[in-house]
Structures are given as structure tokens and as C-alpha cells.
Design a protein around this ligand. Structure first.
Ligand code: AMP
Ligand code: GLY
Length: 420
């Protein structure tokens, strides 16, 4: 099979790493890729949000299967263009991608399917939104409706923060994403993520994970894209996972099908769990980054068969083969992230570190310059290990982190603290 993966982060490096191990993969191209991906696959420059360009590239390179990594091409309809051209693709249509691209759409689906989630109201003007906040009281959560690169959510502990957030959103701080605002009940509990393959008809859970969104140890400081993750998530017991599948994911999928927009791809359900009850925080329509890295580390080569089965509508005859293992990834980021940071610093020591089925450094934001690996983003490396216990996975990952010679980088030393 000739395979094309779209994307350039640690998520796509880990997808490529797993897919490559499957003997059904004859040729793998990642577009645009990065310096780490270039060590294991071909990389190609391509505007991945341009459906026409992606279709032409797939046809020119006799691609049999396309795997879409990030949400932007999905929201832009790239999977639709590929399907229209007869190219097999893993990833939802633009209509179905509204589960991530529009928070009010997701709330409507939850209402229609009776899925447990936070109570909410939606607004297109600031004044009624502010009155609602004053009526409801705090804590309360203010969200821009559209895609805002993870920044469009304000968890307001006091009224002033909520009111300022509303002004910022309607003032255009998130562009068109803030033209509509959703205000939600604040949910207490512990957060965890569930990853479910969907083929439009059937669903198959492929694992759970938890990440650390705050930049600082003890989960303090500003939000980031994620500073580390581990799988499985102990809080998502088999019983709670089954509840989430039956009460949240399955009814969502049925409602999507009923609306003529069946969802095919990976559904990432962000859950809040309290007293054994899971409630939906949000959906994403792609793998989490860095959650994908720990899932790929655990699943390995079977990932290609699983994604292919989802794309071809064969999930009912597919199963996941689990090892009773644990994986952890530690994100190494450029000093200053998530604020401004310097690009171009040299990263050394990578060649001496192990790369095998239990240890891998996935590249998130790197560039090869004259044979040297340089930092090219905020989140730069995902140091990932597997073990029989979470503690073993953690010890291995941090041992590798010690071996990376990159004075301009930093990382959190407490990934997994909640689970250990
Ligand atoms: P989202 O982009 O919707 O995942 O929101 C980002 C983060 O905000 C989530 O991971 C939660 O930590 C938090 N959050 C969002 N909605 C709520 C809610 N209704 N109650 C409590 N926390 C929330
Ligand atoms: N790590 C969170 C996300 O991918 O949205």
C-alpha cells in the first residue's frame, strides 16, 4: 500500500512510526513532515489544507490511502475532496468535523442524543451573554464557538474574568471563531480522554489517555498544547469507559448518521469524570497531540490495519490486540513557550539514545540544517517510552530526556503525577 500522512508534528511522526512497521506499507510519504519524520519516511512539501493540491499529489504518487493528522485540513474539506476523487481516506468530512470546529454544533448534537454534558447557552451579542453570566454566577466557562487553536476557552473563577472574556471574544480576539459564544456550566471532576475509531456505523475504542495542559509543574501556569501524556488513564476504568461509549459516543454517532453526516475517523472525547459518571467536555475529530504518541507506542503496527478498517467501513469485523502495558511521553519545549521563544537552537545527543519498540523520540518541531537537528517550534521533542507499569514507562522516558543535550529547552519533571 502507498500511504500519505498529512501533518508535521509529533502526532504525525508517531503515526508514521507505527504505520511503517506494518508490512502492508510499501511506501510512506508524509507531507510536509519534519526532520524526525524524514529519518523514517519520505517528506514532501504540500499545502495540506488545499484539497485540490492534495488530490493531485495523491494521484501523481499512486497513493492508496491518506491519513489526515490535524483538524484544519478536515475542517477545510480535504477528506471530502479525496473521497470525491475516489481516494481512500481516514478522517471525517467537513460536515462531520463540526464536532470539533463548532462548539454550539456539538452542544446541539448532545441535546438531540441526550449525551451528558455541561448545561449551556449560546450568544451572538455581548450584553445578553453578560447578563447570563451574572444570573448564573461563577465559576463559569466562556468559549468561542469556532476553532481557536486551543485558546478559545476561558474557565472563569470570577465574574470579571468571564465578562472580560466575553468582550474579548466579541471584540474579535479569536477572529470569526468568536462571532458566537457558548457559555457553560463549570464541571468539577477529573479529566481524561477516550479515543474511539468510527466508520460511520460502528465504533471501536482504541485507548484512553490523560495529558498535562499547563506549562508548569503541579499543573500551574498558562495553558499549552500539552506538556506530556500517558496511557491508559487510570480514572477511565473499564466500567466508566463503557458508560462513556454507550451514553456519549454511540448516541453521538447515531445522531450524526441520522443527520446525513456520518462520522468516519478518530473521535477524541474529552471527558470530565465525577462520582463514576463521565460527561462530555468537548470532542476533537483527530488524534490528540501528544496523546497520539502514547497510543501509537502501545498499539504499534496494527494501527495501519485499524485505520484502514475504519476508512473501509469494516470496524465490526475488527478488534484491537492489547498488551497490558503503559506508555508515557514527556514534551521538551523551547524556553519561553507558550510565550515567545527562540528558534534555531541546536539539539545534540539524539543519535546515542535508544530507538526501539519501547523507546522513541518523536519530533514535534524540528528542522535539519547541515546535518544538525535544530528546534523549529515551541513544542520540539516528545520523548516516549513504554513499560509494564506507568512507573517503568516514566523512568525510561526521563532517562532518555537526561540524554538530550539541548540547553535552550525545558520540560516538566512531574508528568503522570496524578496517576502515580
Ligand atoms: P476545550 O477546548 O473545550 O477542551 O476546553 C479546554 C479546557 O477547559 C478543558 O480541557 C477543560 O480543562 C476546561 N473546560 C472546558 N469546558 C469546561 C467545563 N464546562 N467545566 C470545566 N472545565 C472545562
Ligand atoms: N493535547 C490536546 C489536544 O491535542 O487537543
Amino acid at each position: 500500500m502507498n500511504i500519505l500522512i498529512l501533518g508535521s508534528g509529533g502526532r504525525e511522526h508517531s503515526l508514521a512510526w507505527a504505520v511503517m512497521q506494518n508490512p502492508k506499507c510499501d511506501r510512506l510519504i508524509v507531507a510536509p513532515g519534519n526532520a524526525g519524520i524524514a529519518q523514517i519516511a519520505e517528506c514532501a512539501a504540500l499545502d495540506v489544507e488545499n484539497g485540490g493540491a492534495v488530490v493531485s499529489f495523491a494521484e501523481e504518487n499512486a497513493i492508496d490511502f491518506v491519513i489526515v493528522g490535524p483538524e484544519a485540513p478536515l475542517a477545510a474539506g480535504v477528506a471530502d475532496r479525496l473521497r470525491e476523487a475516489g481516494v481512500l481516506v481516514f478522517g471525517p468530512s467537513a460536515d462531520a468535523a463540526q464536532l470539533e470546529a463548532s462548539k454550539s454544533f456539538t452542544k446541539e448534537i448532545c441535546d438531540a442524543s441526550n449525551a451528558p454534558t455541561a448545561a449551556y447557552a449560546r450568544f451572538t451579542e455581548a450584553e445578553p451573554a453578560k447578563s447570563y453570566v451574572c444570573e448564573q454566577g461563577t465559576p463559569i466557562v466562556v468559549k468561542a464557538d469556532g476553532l481557536a487553536a486551543g485558546k478559545g476557552v476561558i474557565v472563569a473563577m470570577d465574574e470579571q474574568t468571564a465578562l472580560e472574556g466575553i468582550d474579548d471574544m466579541f471584540g474579535g480576539a479569536f477572529g470569526g471563531a468568536g462571532a458566537e459564544v457558548v457559555i457553560e456550566e463549570f464541571m468539577e471532576g477529573e479529566e481524561a480522554s477516550l479515543f474511539v475509531l468510527c466508520d460511520g456505523e460502528d465504533i471501536l475504542s482504541i485507548g484512553t489517555a490523560q495529558d498535562h495542559k499547563r506549562v508548569g509543574e503541579g499543573d500551574t501556569g498558562p495553558n499549552t498544547g500539552g506538556m506530556g501524556a500517558y496511557s491508559p488513564a487510570p480514572v477511565l476504568s473499564a466500567e466508566i469507559e463503557a458508560r462513556a461509549m454507550e451514553e456519549i459516543v454511540r448516541p453521538t454517532m447515531a445522531e450524526m448518521k441520522r443527520r446525513g453526516m456520518p462520522f468516519q475517523g478518530i473521535l477524541y472525547a474529552g471527558l470530565m469524570i465525577k462520582d463514576g459518571q463521565p460527561r462530555l467536555v468537548e470532542y476533537n475529530v483527530r488524534f490528540g497531540d501528544p496523546e497520539c504518541q502514547v497510543l501509537m507506542m502501545r498499539l504499534g503496527a496494527q494501527v495501519l490495519d485499524l485505520l484502514h478498517a475504519a476508512a473501509e467501513g469494516r470496524l465490526s469485523e475488527t478488534q484491537v490486540n492489547w498488551a497490558d502495558d503503559h506508555a508515557m511521553t514527556v514534551v521538551m519545549a523551547a524556553q519561553g513557550y507558550p510565550g515567545s521563544y527562540v528558534k534555531g537552537s541546536a539539539i545534540k545527543g539524539l543519535d546515542a539514545l535508544p530507538e526501539d519498540s519501547s523507546n522513541m523520540i518523536f519530533h514535534a518541531g524540528t528542522k535539519a540544517v547541515d546535518g544538525q537537528v535544530q528546534a523549529a517550534g515551541g513544542r520540539v521533542l516528545n520523548v516516549t517510552s513504554r513499560g509494564n507499569t506507568l512507573q517503568e514507562a516514566r523512568d525510561r522516558a526521563y532517562a532518555m530526556v537526561e540524554g538530550v543535550d539541548w540547553p535552550e529547552g525545558f520540560y516538566r519533571r512531574d508528568i503522570g503525577w496524578r496517576a502515580l
